[in-house]
Ligand binder design. Structure first.
Ligand code: ATP
Ligand code: MG
Length: 394
């Protein structure tokens, strides 16, 4: 008898020919993310991934469940017991041990449900359910009652190459296995929105790296650290992330000195997009991601977003486009980026916020303003990229 985590995955099951690629990636991600919690065997088995601790002594399951529940592509995690044999004796042995642990000082209603992946088993599911239900009632007299309609607990028996028993399935993160849907570059600021936008895209299996524009001394070292901390939070879900810290002060100052102030934010945002696109190409990314949502601030009106977009050739994904701030805040709390995001270290945009920002910019006018910068800007961009710092988080 052994402890085991049964990992259930959903959507990837429908991916036809690609299925094994998705499963293999999920297995890799699980191995990687459990690395610092001990030694595990991680194996595919007929629509499940089985994670078995290799240590002899009893392990604390909660940290492992916490880790697994952050991995994209997993819909549920059950912690249970495994027996190498496939027999009613094995089922009873596991059920007894499992219920003994679960029934301590509790009374509850239950029912048994059997999944018979190995059809060679002599009894059918209904017969197994009935026999095991009866066995449990006899083994734990007075404590438990059967309720087939609304049980407190469903005692699951799975008959595969081995026998498995569990009764609680913890919710997984859902989505698709990380790294199975191409790569994109996230413009990561220290705010609430962009980490959420990154998480949402990564949840669909897209590998992400990040770019942060840093403007010392207008943005402090603490602001930079905050962004790195947000990168680490995202890395808990993705297994790692590369954050490019791009020195942005010179470009920002040039814009500030030479362009109409009402257009500052927009021209700055366009510069960010240009640079991010170059970094994306260097990294094999196919798209950019931002945390913008329509109408949230002046630089996010429809007109502004269109003007921002037109400076790059890559598609720009904005997963939060239709979200209200409150909805974004809720997700950021759920994924644990909120507390870091609200730390009061200014981002570069708040330093150079114009008093009367343009809310309906026209592309031709913005382009004309940018022409004043044209002879120096390419060189400034090259310098910024040349001097960027790369922080790799695992
Ligand atoms: P966030 O909460 O993500 O900072 P926000 O509501 O503060 O968003 P803006 O500051 O207008 O909005 O930024 C819009 C988007 O532009 C951000 O979501 C982010 O993707 C990108 N961005 C803004 N500032 C930076 C920066 N310093 N470095 C990298 N990306 C940035
Ligand atoms: Mg911001």
């Amino acid at each position: 008898m052994k402890n085991v985590f049964l990992v259930k995955y959903g959507e990837i099951a429908i991916k036809g020919k690609n299925r094994y690629l998705f499963e293999n990636r999920l297995v890799d991600t699980i191995r990687k993310s459990l690395n610092d919690l001990g030694m595990f065997s991680v194996k595919k088995e007929q629509g499940r991934i089985m994670v078995e601790p290799l240590a002899e002594e009893l392990i604390d399951e909660q940290p492992i469940i916490d880790k697994l529940s952050k991995i994209f592509g997993i819909v549920g995690i059950a912690y249970g017991l495994k027996h190498e044999e496939l027999s009613m004796e094995a089922v009873k042995e596991l059920v007894y041990a499992h219920m003994q642990k679960e029934c301590l000082d509790k009374t509850f209603t239950f029912k048994v449900e059997t999944r018979r992946a190995d059809k060679r088993f002599p009894l059918n599911s209904m017969e197994i359910n009935a026999q095991i239900g009866e066995y449990v009632l006899e083994a734990f007299p007075g404590k438990l009652t059967v309720d087939v309609h609304r049980p407190d607990r469903i005692l699951m028996v799975e008959l595969r190459n081995s026998t498995y028993v569990y009764s609680i399935t913890h919710k997984g993160a859902g989505g698709m296995p990380y790294g199975t849907n191409g790569k994109a570059t996230l413009l990561l600021s220290g705010g609430i929105d962009s980490p959420v936008a990154g998480w949402m895209t990564a949840k669909r299996g897209v590998e992400i790296d990040a770019v942060y524009f840093h403007s010392p001394p207008y943005t402090s070292e603490r602001a930079r650290e905050k962004v790195i901390d947000l990168g680490k939070k995202i890395a808990q879900y993705t297994g790692g992330i590369k954050v490019h810290v791009v020195p942005f002060t010179a470009i920002q100052m040039a814009i500030y000195e030479k362009c109409p102030h009402g257009q500052l934010t927009l021209i700055m945002r366009r510069m960010m997009m240009r640079i991010a696109e170059k970094i994306a190409v260097m990294n094999g990314s196919m798209a950019l991601i931002t945390g913008e949502s329509i109408g949230q601030v002046a630089s996010q009106t429809m007109q502004s977003l269109v003007v921002t977009d037109s400076v790059v050739e890559m598609p720009v994904f904005r997963p939060l486009i239709g979200f209200d701030k409150e909805e974004i805040v809720q997700i950021s709390k759920k994924i644990d980026t909120y507390e870091t995001s609200i730390l009061p270290y200014e981002d570069c945009c708040t330093v150079f916020v114009p008093k009367n920002p343009e809310i309906k910019p026209r592309l031709d006018i913005i382009k004309r303003s940018e022409e004043i910068l044209s002879d120096e800007i390419e060189e400034m961009i090259a310098t910024a990229i040349g001097e960027m710092e790369i922080v790799q988080m695992i």
